[in-house]
Design a protein around this ligand. Structure first.
Ligand code: SF4
Ligand code: SF4
Length: 227
C-alpha cells in the first residue's frame, strides 16, 4: 500500500491533516516512549489531525473547549482503531496509540503519553512546536487535535516544516503561573492551574498561551481571525 492510499484512508475517516514519519526521526525519544518500545517492528509513524473548534477560544465558559477536547479524543481513538482494522484486513500490521491521556514517568518527573503526539506530528511534517509547547500547523495553527498510529509498513516520510514561532514571548508573559519560563513546560504548574473540577465537572480552565499566539489559527487560515 502506498503513502497516498494510507492518507486517503484517514481522510475518508475524517482526518483533516495526515503526515508520515520514518522511525529514524525518533532518535531523541525518551527511553520507554520510543515507537519501538511500543511496537518493536515499527517502521513508520502515521500522525493524523482533526481540526479543533476555533470558536471555543472566544468563550468565557470553559465548557465548550473541554467538550470539544473530550469528543475529539474519543472520536480520533475510534478513527485510529478503525484504520488499524482496515489495515489488518489488507494484511498490514498497524496499532493505535492513545489520543489523550498520560502516565507518570518517574525517571524524568513528567507525565507522558506512550508516544508524544506533538513530537510525532513534528517528525511527520505536520507543523512545528512553538515556544508555548504546542504544535503549530500552517493550516489550523495550534487548533488541531492529534493521534498517532504505528505500523510496520515502510512508507515515504513527509518533509519537515519550518518553524513559524517568532519567539515573541507573548505566551510566556501571559501564563498566570509562569509555566513557560524555562525551555520546557512546567507541567505541574500548568496542570495545577489549567485543569480542575467545577461542581465535580472536569474542565480545562486555561488556554491563554494558545489564545494569544499570533499563529493560533495558522499561517494559512485567517477565516476565523478576530480583530
Ligand atoms: S495553559 Fe495556561 S497555565 Fe498552562 S502554560 Fe498555558 S497559559 Fe500557562
Ligand atoms: S506566542 Fe510568540 S513565542 Fe509563543 S508560540 Fe506564538 S509566536 Fe512563539
Amino acid at each position: 500500500m502506498k503513502t497516498q492510499d494510507i492518507k486517503k484512508k484517514l481522510f475518508d475517516l475524517g482526518a483533516d491533516l495526515c503526515g508520515i514519519s520514518s522511525i529514524d526521526r525518533f532518535s531523541g525519544a525518551p527511553s520507554g516512549y520510543h515507537p519501538l518500545d511500543i511496537l518493536p517492528t515499527c517502521q513508520s509513524v502515521i500522525v493524523f489531525a482533526v481540526r479543533f473548534v476555533s470558536g471555543t477560544l472566544a468563550c468565557k465558559s470553559a465548557v465548550p473547549y473541554t467538550v470539544v477536547r473530550n469528543i475529539l479524543s474519543d472520536k480520533m481513538d475510534k478513527m485510529a482503531v478503525q484504520f488499524c482494522i482496515d489495515m489488518e484486513k489488507a494484511g498490514i500490521l498497524a496499532v493505535p496509540t492513545r489520543t489523550s491521556g498520560s502516565e507518570w514517568d518517574e525517571r524524568t518527573g513528567r507525565s507522558r503519553n506512550i508516544i508524544s503526539a506533538k513530537h510525532a506530528a513534528e517528525a511527520a511534517g505536520l507543523g512545528r512546536i512553538g515556544r508555548h509547547s504546542l504544535l503549530i500547523t500552517p493550516e489550523f495553527g495550534s487548533m488541531v487535535w492529534l493521534s498517532v498510529i504505528l505500523t510496520e509498513l515502510e512508507l515515504e516520510p513527509d518533509e519537515l516544516k519550518e518553524s513559524v514561532c517568532t519567539n515573541c514571548n507573548l505566551c510566556v508573559q501571559i501564563c498566570p503561573v509562569n509555566a513557560l519560563e524555562q525551555d520546557s513546560l512546567d507541567q505541574s504548574a500548568c496542570s495545577g492551574y489549567a485543569f480542575g473540577e467545577v461542581n465535580k465537572d472536569w474542565r480545562i480552565n486555561c488556554h491563554k498561551c494558545r489564545d494569544i499566539c499570533p499563529f493560533n489559527l495558522g499561517t494559512e487560515n485567517s477565516i476565523f481571525k478576530r480583530p
